[in-house]
Design a protein around this ligand. Sequence first.
Ligand SMILES: [Zn+2]
Ligand SMILES: [Zn+2]
Length: 151
Amino acid sequence: MKAKNKIVRLRQNNRFMSTAKIAKQVGVTRQYAREVLLKNNLETNPPKPKRVVYCKVCREITTDRYGLHDGECRFRWNRIRLTCSFCKVPFYRSRKRVMQGYKLKLKNVYCTQSCYQTYRKQKTNGNRQRFNPEMGTKNQQDGIQHLYTRV
Ligand SMILES: [Zn+2]
Ligand SMILES: [Zn+2]
């Protein structure tokens, strides 16, 4: 095979191979390899392979710059499972909002506005009402709605 064809083939099969490496492999000068590539409209300055990272959710390899796979991994990363400080019902909140809470040094999280308000009311009344399981169910529903509407 002609050196010319070898150069072309190497480039076509190795998108990230440097021109210098191609030249070395074919046994021609870098200048010559470059000329051949240019004549054939091929890349002479190939991009570096993307830095590979491990997904923050599933720990598999990804080239995503945020280190998250599209789809489920990103979804799971952006939703944090919390437990309401008042009704103890688990709910999900966006990572962004949770981080805002951390910055504000908030100790308690509430699944819904109503949980927060009920907690405040109870605190001011000094009325230590026992947790009502019926209310928990209602709040849980609100919390789920919250997940879809507010985040
Ligand atoms: Zn992943
Ligand atoms: Zn709650």
